[in-house]
Design a protein around this ligand. Sequence first.
Ligand code: HEM
Length: 478
Amino acid sequence: MDIINVLPSPPQFFRLFLTLALSLFNSTINARHRKTLAGHSPAAFDVDSRTGFFPRQPLPKLPHTFDIWEDALRNADGNLSLGEDESETALAKREFGARWRETIQSLPVLDTSVLHTNLRLSQRAHYVLAWLVNLYVHSIPSSSDDSDPVHVPKSLALPLVQVSRHLGCAPVLTFADTVLWNWELIDPDQPLSIDNMQFVNLFSGTEDEKSFYQASAKAELRGVELLRIIDDYNSLPNITDLTSISKVSRDLGRLVGIIDDISEIIQSIRPLCDPHVFYWDIRPWFEGSDAKGPGGPRWIYEGVDDFEKLDLSGPSAGQSSVMHALDIFLDVDHKLRQRRYPAPSSENKRADHGFMERMRRYMPGKHREYLSSLAATPRPIRQLAQSTPTLREPYDNAVLALKRLRDNHIRIACLYVVTMSRTEPGARGGCPASAMIDRLRESRLSGRGPVRGTGGNELSLLLKAGRDATRRALLKDN
Ligand code: HEM
């Protein structure tokens, strides 16, 4: 064999050499990997390299001492109805509901400290208790006077507050409880993926509710690649050389694709989750203590000192750590602290600027710490793009993709919440009495001011302010 003929031609040889050099460069980066976040790897913040903010495996069941909670949750499955629902099917479940709530009230107060050495069991305790609280509160039949505060019994309130303090997370149903921790594997021998997971707890028992969680989970899993991009960026030893800059540019391009995918996932919900079912049959179960707005009745956590200070809003995808990571990476200024253009409109100024920051208190503490460590990066990508002409456009493209996502999300949120708030709950099984319709419409709309999110905020002001804050990150306008 002629050895000269099997050697690569000079251009090919050069390409091979470059590939080798690049892969060496990448492996050096990967070796340094993950010492970037204040000296910790993402894993130290319970962020998995393959599943992101999801645990790799479903949460294990609690030990037998806590069977009373697990049993109560299993017994509730499909047997409770919304307290405000007076359809025939709902009324048929009332007797069971009354007995179930009596059982909850009579449960002993269990100490969760034995679970605290195990993160997954602590999360499981939060998950089970938080579901029990919302099932308890929202299955109580509406009284003629809905200004009465709701009492959450000690048996749920005390251990939920205890385990939440340990986890550093709000003592109430959160995005983690409904999405991140609410699944099991279809095939336990295969890894977690959107096709290999099924949601376990449902309030309404509808396919629509399942699809709602599924879309959120899909967005969250699509975000795992985004976390890798952020991590790669933070791991670059320096960002002044050409190779690093072209990697950042490529990754910003990949980011556009990921954000567009998440945007599509949000829109894909339309044929799978009926807006009317969402508004009248699913969403009421999510409401937190402040859903009725300022001045509305609050929940009383029995036996808990200073319960007024607890964070008790309902779950929201605004608590998705993936979306926060994206905002932090692109340096979206929700709090209007930077001088950016176009200047905030008067509506923007009236919006709740603390919403996104407040939503972080509803995340598992470790995930919140992960976000804080991202925010503490010594080299924000927006600044780098500002000072590097070749990165300006790729950066702006990523910001524009996020703005598009928020535009699409506003359309979905308006359809599912604002438009539906003007409809009637008539499609529920049976024919609801007109008194009930009147009461519901009244409680949802009149006298309560603007339509609110489950987080208790003024919905359209909030979402538009988020979209406009995103747009303000664009370099071409600044
Ligand atoms: C039927 C589908 C959806 C509806 C009706 C909906 C509705 C809402 C509402 C009402 C809010 C206001 C905040 C609050 O909850 O109080 C909100 C916020 C938010 N939602 Fe959704 N959402 C949907 C799907 C999703 C999905 C799949 C994601 C994916 C991550 C998502 C991401 C967000 C984010 C990040 C916020 C915080 C505000 C912002 O960043 O603009 N939503 N959503």
